[in-house]
Design a protein around this ligand. Structure first.
Ligand code: SF4
Ligand code: FES
Length: 243
C-alpha cells in the first residue's frame, strides 16, 4: 500500500433534527496509516477534526452490522474496508439509502429490522409451545443445524436493502434480508408453519415474485450469504404451495 499519502474524504453531512440544516458534502483530509480502515479514518476525523460527525459502530469486526454505509458508490461495512483499496485516495461516504436518516452517515436500520420482523413474524413458531422447563432438549439433525447456521449469519447491516433496486423503487418489498429470514424458518423442522402459511406472507409481488434477480444483494452482502440460492429455493416452494 502507498503509505504516508493524504486521503481526501468527501462526506455527506445533514442533521434532520436541525430545522435550518441542508444536506451537503464536506471535504476532510487525513494522513493514511498502515492497515487503516474507513472506520478507523472516521474515528480519527471525529477525534481530531470534527466531533459533530455522526456514524455508527459497535464491534469494529464485521459482526454487529452497525457501520454499513455507501463507500465510493457501494454499500458495505466501514470496519471491513481498507483505505488502501482506493488507489487515488479519494473516498466518498454516503448514508445507506432506504432507511430513516438519523444524521450524516447514521441510519436507523434497527427500526427497519424490527418492523420487518413484526410484519413477517420472524420468530420460531414451535410445534409444541407449552412451556416445560423439565423437558429434555431435543437433538437437531446436524445437517439441518448447519443449514440454519448458514442463514443465521446475517448481521442485519442493511446492505442488501440498500443494494436492491426493487426495494428502492417499491418500499413494501421485503428485500433479501426478509426472504433470507423466511427461508431460515421454513427450513427449521421445529417451526409449525406450513409452506401455505409462508406463501401468504411472501408468495406475492412484495416477496419472492417481486424480485427482479438483479442480485445487488448477493454481490454486496458482507457475509456472503447465498441470496440467489435462497430466493430460488423459496420461489420453487411458493410456486407449488397451493397446487
Ligand atoms: S443478508 Fe447480508 S447484506 Fe443483508 S442484512 Fe444480512 S448480512 Fe447484511
Ligand atoms: S462496527 Fe460492527 S460491523 Fe462494523
Amino acid at each position: 500500500m502507498s503509505q504516508g499519502r493524504t486521503l481526501t474524504f468527501n462526506i455527506f453531512r445533514y442533521d434532520p433534527q436541525m430545522p435550518d440544516d441542508k444536506p451537503k458534502m464536506v471535504k476532510y483530509q487525513l494522513e493514511e496509516a498502515p492497515g487503516m480502515t474507513v472506520f478507523i479514518a472516521l474515528n480519527m476525523l471525529r477525534e481530531q477534526q470534527d466531533p459533530s460527525l455522526q456514524f455508527d459502530f459497535v464491534c469494529r469486526a464485521g459482526i454487529c452490522g452497525s457501520c454499513a454505509m455507501v463507500i465510493n458508490g457501494y454499500p458495505t461495512l466501514a470496519c471491513r474496508t481498507l483505505t488502501s483499496k482506493y488507489p487515488k485516495g479519494d473516498i466518498t461516504l454516503m448514508p445507506l439509502p432506504g432507511f430513516e436518516l438519523i444524521g450524516d452517515l447514521s441510519v436507523n436500520t434497527g427500526k427497519f429490522m424490527r418492523e420487518l420482523a413484526e410484519r413477517l413474524k420472524l420468530w420460531l413458531h414451535p410445534r409444541n409451545d407449552e412451556a416445560d422447563i423439565h423437558r429434555i432438549e431435543a437433538p437437531m439433525d446436524p445437517e439441518e443445524a448447519a443449514k440454519l447456521y448458514e442463514l443465521e449469519r446475517c448481521v442485519e447491516c442493511g446492505v442488501c436493502v440498500s443494494a436492491c433496486a426493487t426495494k428502492q423503487m417499491r418500499d413494501t418489498f421485503v428485500g433479501a434480508v426478509g426472504m433470507m429470514k423466511i427461508a431460515r424458518f421454513e427450513l427449521d423442522s421445529r417451526d409449525a408453519r406450513s409452506v401455505e402459511d409462508f406463501y401468504h406472507v411472501i408468495g406475492n409481488q412484495d416477496g419472492v415474485f417481486g424480485c427482479m434477480t438483479l442480485l445487488g444483494c448477493q454481490d454486496n452482502c458482507p457475509k456472503d450469504l447465498p441470496h440467489m440460492q435462497q430466493i430460488a429455493y423459496l420461489r420453487r416452494k411458493m410456486a407449488t404451495a397451493l397446487v
